[in-house]
Structure formats: structure tokens, C-alpha cells
Design a protein around this ligand. Structure first.
Ligand SMILES: NC(=O)c1ccc[n+]([C@@H]2O[C@H](COP(=O)([O-])OP(=O)(O)OC[C@H]3O[C@@H](n4cnc5c(N)ncnc54)[C@H](O)[C@@H]3O)[C@@H](O)[C@H]2O)c1
Length: 356
């Protein structure tokens, strides 16, 4: 039964969120907000959504909105989330929760103080291979973690389009935008990290193609200030290290992979599959993933289905808090922000930084 009415702010990724909300029985999106009002109106017509607003303050003030989903650029997460929390709404915020750990912490305090349900859209946790990996790690499949490698390469230079995602001050860059997902996964799989070393790079500092409405430099050209590549080493409190290696603008579009090596076993996630090997196995082999973790029969867009799974848990938490299963909330957003703050400092200062 539908009983939770949603307002979505930001119609980029937020547009895909509409599809995910549609797949969760209890949610109904009733209002959209985007500063590009005409585009939001077109999307609202397509999805039969009644209300379209250009100012998020008008959306959070609506009595017929129970949950506000914030998919605006990261520098706007804090003011919009604060307004929604003050209005007593439940809040889902896109990753990264905020520009730094201090802002993220303020949001956590406000959300807990208001007693609302809060979530961060780290939907990759619900991809079947990653969800099953988490279960196996909890069952000691790996034993003591020795090393985990997370690698990503893409062909398109990250910042070449020159919108907010190329702008360091607005929460752009590969570390914030893509790294945040994988840092959340690592903390979820292996627990807290205590120290970091990192290097952030901008190999392609010039904006190549500019979308006039969103560009930092509508006439084209201009500088990319966010990183388009980074490497880092994270030491976990429980022992073991993660190596992250993200490069864009590479002449290889390999996507991402995670290879975790422990004292008892290895787990590899690549192209949506989970491979494993333990002592006694002749070779590494594909591990069958339990049906209960699958995302429907043939999901065309696994991230959209991952969001739907996360949203289901948010709905459960609002409607049936006692039975609710865990999902990434603002605490996870703060934990990731702390790591990112440390990585940024480690890169600037070229030395190990403690994660506090
Ligand atoms: N979870 C994921 O896998 C995932 C994937 C992509 C993006 N994201 C996140 O979603 C957020 C948005 O990213 P995007 O790629 O959709 O960006 P985008 O630039 O494509 O879309 C952002 C939208 O927000 C609108 N907007 C800007 N200022 C606004 C304001 N003051 N009020 C209302 N709307 C406003 C813009 O007009 C635009 O339509 C970011 O935090 C990003 O990290 C998450």
C-alpha cells in the first residue's frame, strides 16, 4: 500500500531515482524540483507527477511530502537536507553526503535530533556480488585481510564536460564522485580505516566540451579543478590494507574490479560476478549468488534496482522500524567523508594522515 509520498530535488540522477521509487510499493513520487523548471515539467508529465517546483524550499514546505530525496549537486546537499530535516521530513541524500566530514556530521546531528529516517544512496551495496561478498566476509571466508585492490579505469577524462562534477569546490572529481562509493563498500566490508596515504591528479585540466546551462565556463575552455585520477592506501583498524587506483582518460575502459586477499581465501568482484578461492580449491571459480540477493530477472540497470532495494529498506524503517534491515544512513555518509577528508589532506601534504 502506498503511504509514503516523495519529493525529488534534482533531475539528473534523480530521474533514474523516479524509476527506482516506482518499484517500491509504499512510495509515490508526488513532487519534483529542479532549477531547470521546463525540463522538470517534461519529466513530471512523462511520469504523471502532479507538482513541479523550481525552489527546493517550496518542495520541503509541502504537507503532502513525507520524504525528500536530494539528487542536486553535492554542494547543495547540506542546505537542502537541513531545510528538509527542519521541516520534519525523512531524507535520502545522494552520495557524497556533504562536501566534508564537518558538514556531514552537522547533518547527522540534525537528523538524529529531529528523529527522522535518514539515508545516503550508496546503492552499490545492493549489487548481488557485493552483497554476497559482505556475507561471505562476515562468515570468515577471507580470514585475516591481507590486501584489497580496487581498480577503475575509464576512457573519458572525468572533468572534460566542465560542469559541477569537474569543480573541486562543488564536490566534483573522481575521488568524491566515484571513490565515495568504493570507500563506503570498503568500510562496510572491512570496518573502519585508521590511516591514509593518497595522490590526487588532474591529468586533463582543460574543459573540452561545455554544456552551456551547466558549465563552469559556458563559452568552453576553462580549467578542471577536481581530480580526474587518484591512488590511495588505506590501513584498516582490524589490519590489512586497501589500495585504490582510479584513472580516467586512459586508453582502456576496464570499468572497476575489487580483489580481496585474505589468510584463508580470495574474493574477486568483476563485471558483476563474484569469484572465490579457498585453501583446497584447485582454482578461482565463480561463486553462485543466492537468489534472495538477485535484482529481478534481467535488470537492465543494476544501479536502479540497487536503489530500489535500498529504498525498500528505507520504507520499512519508516513504517516498521522494529523489522527494518540495515541500510547506509548519514553515519555511513560521515564515515566516508572522514576518509575522503584524510585522503585529500594526505595528497596535499604528501604524507600519512590519521583518520579521525
Ligand atoms: N548513486 C549514484 O550512483 C549516483 C550516480 C550519479 C550521480 N549521483 C549523485 O547525484 C547528485 C547529482 O548528480 P547528477 O549526476 O545527477 O548531476 P546533474 O548535474 O546531472 O543533475 C543535477 C540536477 O540538479 C539540478 N539543480 C541544480 N541546482 C539545483 C537547485 N538549487 N535546486 C534544484 N535542482 C537543482 C540541475 O539543474 C540538474 O538537473 C550528485 O550528488 C551525484 O554524486 C549519484
Amino acid at each position: 500500500m502506498t503511504n509514503l509520498r516523495v519529493g525529488v530535488v534534482g533531475m539528473g540522477w534523480g530521474r533514474l531515482q523516479l524509476e527506482a521509487f516506482r518499484r517500491v510499493r509504499e512510495f509515490q513520487v508526488v513532487a519534483l524540483c529542479d532549477v531547470e523548471h521546463a525540463r522538470a515539467q517534461d519529466i513530471a508529465r512523462e511520469h504523471k507527477i502532479e507538482h513541479v517546483l523550481a525552489d527546493y524550499r517550496d518542495l520541503v514546505a509541502r504537507a503532502d511530502v513525507d520524504l525528500v530525496s536530494i539528487a542536486a549537486p553535492p554542494d547543495l546537499h547540506k542546505p537542502i537536507a537541513h531545510a528538509a530535516i527542519q521541516a520534519g521530513k525523512h531524507v535520502l541524500v545522494e552520495k557524497p553526503l556533504a562536501l566534508n566530514a564537518s558538514d556531514a556530521g552537522e547533518l547527522l546531528t540534525a537528523a538524529e535530533g529531529a528523529g527522522i529516517v535518514h539515508a545516503v544512496d550508496f546503492e552499490m551495496r545492493f549489487l548481488p556480488a557485493l552483497a554476497y561478498g559482505k556475507e561471505l566476509i562476515e562468515e570468515e571466508y577471507l580470514g585475516q585481510l591481507l590486501r584489497v585492490d580496487v581498480t577503475m579505469s575509464t576512457e573519458r577524462p572525468w572533468g572534460e564536460h566542465g560542469n559541477w562534477a569537474a569543480d573541486d569546490a562543488r564536490g566534483g572529481g573522481v575521488l568524491m564522485e566515484l571513490g565515495s562509493h568504493f570507500i563506503d563498500l570498503l568500510l562496510w566490508w572491512f570496518g573502519a580505516a585508521r590511516a591514509a596515504l593518497a595522490g590526487r591528479r588532474t591529468h586533463f585540466p582543460t574543459v573540452k566540451t561545455a554544456t552551456p546551462s551547466q558549465s563552469l565556463h559556458p563559452t568552453g575552455g576553462g580549467r578542471v579543478t577536481g581530480d580526474d585520477a587518484f591512488w590511495s592506501v588505506l590501513q584498516f583498524e582490524r589490519g590489512g590494507e586497501a589500495l585504490l587506483n582510479f584513472v580516467t582518460g586512459a586508453r582502456r575502459d576496464a570499468g572497476w574490479s575489487i580483489c580481496a586477499y585474505g589468510s584463508l581465501g580470495s574474493l574477486i568482484v568483476q563485471s558483476g560476478q563474484l569469484l572465490g578461492r579457498r585453501e583446497g580449491d584447485r582454482e578461482i571459480a565463480r561463486l553462485p549468488i543466492p537468489k534472495r540477493l538477485e535484482l529481478g530477472d534481467h535488470p537492465q540497470d543494476p544501479l536502479m534496482w540497487g536503489m530500489a532495494k535500498l529504498f525498500e529498506r528505507v520504507a520499512d524503517k519508516i513504517n516498521r522500524p522494529r523489522d527494518a534491515k540495515p541500510f547506509p544512513d548519514f553515519r555511513a555518509g560521515v564515515a566516508v567523508a572522514r576518509v575522503i577528508d584524510a585522503l585529500r589532506r594526505a595528497s596535499d601534504e604528501r604524507e600519512w594522515v590519521e583518520i579521525t
